[in-house]
Ligand binder design. Structure first.
Ligand SMILES: *[C@@H]1O[C@H](CO)[C@@H](O)[C@H](O)[C@H]1NC(C)=O
Ligand SMILES: *[C@@H]1O[C@H](CO)[C@@H](O)[C@H](O)[C@H]1NC(C)=O
Ligand SMILES: CC(=O)N[C@H]1CO[C@H](CO)[C@@H](O)[C@@H]1O
Length: 779
């Protein structure tokens, strides 16, 4: 969703809203549909909670005129007073907490909501968000359709929206997506009911916002089938197949020339048909005997207008309507469909039946949310209210999520954790030392409260403060002198530096990976003057080339804090003073500044030596890193051992299509539908984690696999095969169990996008432990 396009969007919306205004203010009408106190409404089939959802949806659609239908195809759907329908705003955001967005009204009894860390910092549980969302809905402060999470792969460190994602790894992103969607939707409610509707966005291969003048609106991503299949699409596939998400959003960009919101292959053939998005094209939700819950596909905001304006893909506005609806789009964020659908029907480009089909998906989701079951306060979750928002429990969760995400990058001489008895005065230096708003990134709400880094440190020591820069951009060095003198008075120095939304944001990609302005100079000068330990805390979504600090002995410690949410300052202080043992690991590769020499527009994941292209992410990148994906230290000393793992895996010859790949190497094609073979070969790997340190540790265990022929036939150098989290007491040994499906976790996509497995000896790796795993063909 675009801040930049907000303007044009709002102007058009305003016109539309004025036109619809008469429908909005209806004296005596309840703010929800199907008010049970109104006998007229109770006679409508769509209000009858005893009927199957599909019957209710058909009843509702059959009562509407074509004009009424058309204005339901946009995000701010008009009310229909004669049917007792209030207007509905589909557009809610909850990237890391209920967020300021068109459908969410903060204020009154809901002054704020819990602001969790930005997703790049944590993949923690998000079920608290849906409770707060539902509570606000019960008081008419928000709808129930949230356009989160963002599961695009963080392909390039310069991307302004990388902070919204769970990082660069497809497996991690897929798992995150699954947990996020399940947490929000809570399908354990029974039947087809949803607590809140989530939406996986933005499909697909979208991760250029505005790089040297190429905007996402004009960007045509040239993507291979191979990269689509094993990098860009897996998180969306998990959303649909594993999490049963109730919505998918198509993106602004084109993929191989086709606007994603007009791409039949993507929306219908892939998402609806092949992945079986709830309400597939074959078994639509209209099937009366066989009831199926349904899900909808929505455009990014003003996507249709955008591709009409910026590409030659469609000649007329009516063609855009037809391209989008026939490709499988169901809802337009923006007014385009409300304005042009009637003429598209008149011109014979589409029929009313196409509109009805879109409405089926939309109303099915609304019904699953209980929006036609009368007063929300007499439904499941009806007791949620202001007392359910910003609870102590939710705020603690925000703090825990921040603590668990923080990554310790450097700790020379075990300078951390600080001794509580020796460090009596701490100098908090830098443009983020009193951060508030910067901690909550974008798609933010109004937090319950902030704990700044300064506040956090104050719980442990006397704090002296100096900003060092007038803001994060830090154009001038004029404040460095006073920062140096502040630092020299303290027992320890903590520098809070990094980025904010002025460097990386929606609509803004970076062109440099270095700290902005004079920040580097500030760090160097201040640490030189420090009389005790000096450590750096970096706020950022994307990676920062901090080589200068990595190799500077005066900078003894480095922490990466992402954008840690409302409780960030408390989380950082607890890590610095040892009340929390850091266990976070980088979700992205930290590239050197020289990486900016390659174009951001190259979507290839795989390296190409012939043109000096190094490839992208830890799976393929052949260049040097500042810090690697998965890197992160702790205050403990951990060692890992394979306790149980298969000695070899024999793949039945009958189930595999043998072929030669890249010379005389033997590969197998995996039959994607041969799930039986894959599941019989799925194996348990048991890893022992020994905590040899003197502090309890709670840290993710990352299990990697490497193929026998990295780089050949597009095989990755290594890839995450699984992960688990384990708490280990000092001196203790604990088990982590990870399941490996060779078809999924040891394979990669071949040139045509079909997954293949190399025969030969694969290697499993955890920490320093290695386990060879031969993959054989068996007759
Ligand atoms: C019941 O709902 C209908 C349709 O919205 C409305 O016209 C009517 O005034 C309502 N009746 C009462 C008693 O509120
Ligand atoms: C083919 O196999 C031979 C013998 O094992 C080996 O030396 C050669 O490098 C292989 N060629 C390719 C292209 O893999
Ligand atoms: C076809 C399909 O995937 N149906 C799923 C739709 O969603 C429900 C619950 O959300 C699942 O139980 C179905 O399997």
């Amino acid at each position: 969703m675009a801040k930049a396009s907000f303007c044009s969007h709002w102007i058009l919306l305003l016109l539309l809203e004025v036109a619809l205004l008469t429908h909005q203010v209806v004296a005596g009408q309840a703010p929800y549909a199907c008010d049970q106190r109104n006998a007229t409404l109770l006679q409508f089939g769509f209000c009858n909670t005893r009927l199957p959802t599909s019957t209710r949806v058909e009843d509702l659609i059959s009562r509407m005129t074509l004009q009424e239908k058309i204005i339901q195809l946009v995000n701010n759907a008009a009310g229909i007073p004669r049917l007792g329908l209030p207007r509905y705003e589909w557009w809610q955001e909850a990237l890391h907490g209920v967020a300021v967005s068109p459908g969410v009204k903060f204020g009154g009894k809901f002054p704020g909501a819990t602001s969790f860390p930005m997703p790049i910092l944590t993949a923690a549980s998000f079920d608290a968000v849906s409770t707060e969302a539902r509570a606000m809905h019960n008081y008419q402060r928000a709808g129930l359709t949230y356009w989160s999470p963002n599961v695009n792969i963080y392909r390039d460190p310069r991307w302004g929206r990388g902070q919204e994602t769970p990082g660069e790894d497809p497996l991690l992103s897929s798992k995150y997506a699954t947990f996020y969607v399940r947490g929000l939707q809570d399908t354990n409610l029974g039947g087809d009911k949803l607590k809140v509707s989530a939406c996986c966005k933005h499909m697909t291969a979208y991760d250029v916002d505005n790089w040297k003048g190429t905007t996402r609106f004009k960007f045509n991503a040239i993507v291979t089938q191979q990269d689509l299949s094993d990098t860009y699409n897996p998180p969306f596939q998990s959303c649909v197949e594993d999490a049963k998400v109730s919505s998918v959003m198509c993106s602004y960009n084109r993929v191989n020339g086709v606007p994603t919101c007009a791409d039949y292959n993507l929306l219908s053939a892939t998402v609806r048909s092949s992945w079986n998005l709830n309400g597939s094209i074959l078994l639509t939700c209209e099937v009366l005997l066989l009831y199926l819950p349904c899900s909808y596909i929505v455009s990014d905001c003003d996507s249709l207008q955008t591709f009409f304006d910026n590409t030659n893909y469609a000649k007329t506005a009516e063609d855009v309507v037809a391209d989008a609806l026939l490709a499988g789009l169901n809802l337009d964020c923006g007014p385009f469909l409300a304005i042009h659908t009637q003429s598209a029907i008149t011109n014979g480009k589409i029929t009313e039946a196409n509109v009805n089909q879109a409405l089926r998906y939309l109303y099915n989701v609304q019904m699953r949310l209980g929006l036609y079951d009368g007063n929300p306060r007499s439904q499941p979750y009806g007791n949620l209210g202001p007392q359910s928002v910003c609870t102590g429990e939710n705020q603690q969760l925000a703090l825990d999520a921040a603590k668990e995400g923080i990554v310790l990058l450097k700790n020379n001489g075990n300078v951390l954790p600080f001794s509580k008895s020796n460090i009596r005065t701490v100098a908090a230096i830098g443009p983020h030392a009193k951060a508030t708003r910067a901690m909550i990134g974008n798609y933010q709400g109004i937090p319950c409260k902030y704990t700044t880094p300064h506040d956090g440190l104050s719980a442990y020591a006397r704090v002296v403060y100096s900003a060092g820069c007038s803001d994060v951009a830090c154009y001038s060095d004029s404040l460095i002198g006073s920062a140096v003198s502040t630092a020299s008075q303290a027992d320890a120095v903590v520098l809070f530096v990094g980025l904010d939304l002025n460097q990386e944001a929606e609509g803004k990609d970076r062109t440099s990976l270095l700290l902005p302005g004079k920040q580097q100079e500030l760090v160097t000068e201040v640490t030189k003057a420090a009389k005790g330990p000096a450590v750096l805390v970096i706020f950022s979504g994307g990676s920062v080339d901090v080589s200068f600090a990595k190799y500077n002995n005066k900078v003894q410690g480095i922490l990466w804090a992402g954008y840690p949410g409302e409780a960030g300052g408390a989380a950082i202080a607890q890590v610095l003073f040892g009340d929390h043992n850091p266990g976070g690991r980088l979700p992205v590769t930290w590239y050197p500044e020289s990486f900016t020499g390659i174009t951001m527009l190259d979507m290839n994941m795989r390296p190409d030596a012939s043109r000096g292209y190094p490839g992208r992410t830890y799976r393929f990148y052949t260049g040097q890193s500042v810090y690697n994906f998965g890197y992160g230290k702790t205050y403990s000393k951990l060692s890992h051992k394979f306790k149980e793992a298969p000695l070899s895996l024999g793949f039945p010859e009958a189930a595999a299509v043998k072929r030669s790949c890249d010379g005389n190497l033997t590969c197998f094609h995996l039959n994607a539908h041969d799930e039986i073979t894959c599941s019989t070969l799925t194996s348990k790997v048991r890893i022992l984690v020994h905590n040899k340190g003197d502090r309890p540790s709670n840290r993710a265990v990352l299990l990697y696999s490497s193929p026998p022929n990295a780089g050949r036939d597009g095989a990755p150098i290594r890839q995450l095969a699984g992960f688990g989290k384990v708490s280990v007491a000092p001196g203790a040994v604990e088990n982590v169990e990870i399941e490996i499906d060779p078809c999924k976790h040891l394979s990669h996509a071949g040139a045509n996008g079909v997954r293949i497995l190399h025969g030969g000896i694969h290697t499993l790796a955890v920490g320093n432990a290695r386990h060879p795993l031969p993959i054989l063909l068996q007759s």
